[in-house]
Design a protein around this ligand. Structure first.
Ligand code: ADP
Length: 187
């Protein structure tokens, strides 16, 4: 069983690379952003709680996020491996994830951090906004999300670096080339 975290700022290409990783390795994909969007779209009690927070571009509180993540893990006892996308975003989340993995006698084996500059990320999201029209990609929210990444989420990297699990991958270039850099790490 291999468990992997894909990490990077909004617009780094986590979603694109995740799809390719799932195809190749058959991971169960856990994207907390997708899960929160599903809940808000379906107006579930959880969706009602997080809607405004998400729309502001802020992080959802750890207790809510961690509980949702745990529920998803419990739904997939047969998984051969998990790909975590958009989680962990705080050190408390990273610690919880390690705890959950340990409880199942497994671990996070690789953390793949897509290295993309703030300027590149802003250019990409501006483009994506016009194509996908994602509600949380509006300008002020985008600024907030990028700020959340560079002020809060970035602190997760030293946590994994200390444990020798951090692999930084250049996230600039053609999609397939970036994917090759990622698979080279996994092998
Ligand atoms: P991005 O496109 O910025 O990578 P995601 O699709 O992963 O964003 O997440 C969208 C929103 O969902 C975030 O801005 C945040 O409000 C919420 N969210 C997703 N994952 C987490 C998390 N691990 N912790 C807190 N909030 C989260």
């Amino acid at each position: 069983m291999i468990n992997l975290v894909i990490f990077g700022p909004p617009g780094a290409g986590k979603g694109t690379q995740s799809e390719k990783l799932i195809q190749k390795y058959g991971f169960v994909h856990i994207s907390t952003g997708d899960l929160f969007r599903w809940h808000t779209k379906n107006d579930t009690p959880l969706g009602k709680r997080v809607k405004e927070i998400m729309n502001s571009g802020a992080l959802v509180p750890d207790d809510i996020t961690i509980a949702m993540l745990k529920e998803e893990l419990d739904k997939n006892p047969q998984a051969k491996g998990f790909l975590f996308d958009g989680f962990p975003r705080t050190v408390a989340q990273a610690e919880a994830l390690d705890r959950f993995m340990k409880e199942n006698n497994t671990a996070i084996h690789y953390v793949l951090a897509l290295d993309v500059s703030e300027k590149e990320v802003r250019d990409r999201i501006a483009k994506r906004r016009t194509i996908e029209n994602r509600a949380d990609d509006e300008e002020d929210k985008l600024n907030k999300r990028i700020t959340e990444y560079f002020t809060k989420t970035i602190h997760v990297l030293p946590y994994y670096e200390k444990a020798g699990r951090l692999n930084t991958v250049n996230g600039i270039g053609p999609i397939d080339e970036i994917f090759s850099r990622i698979t080279a790490v996994i092998k």
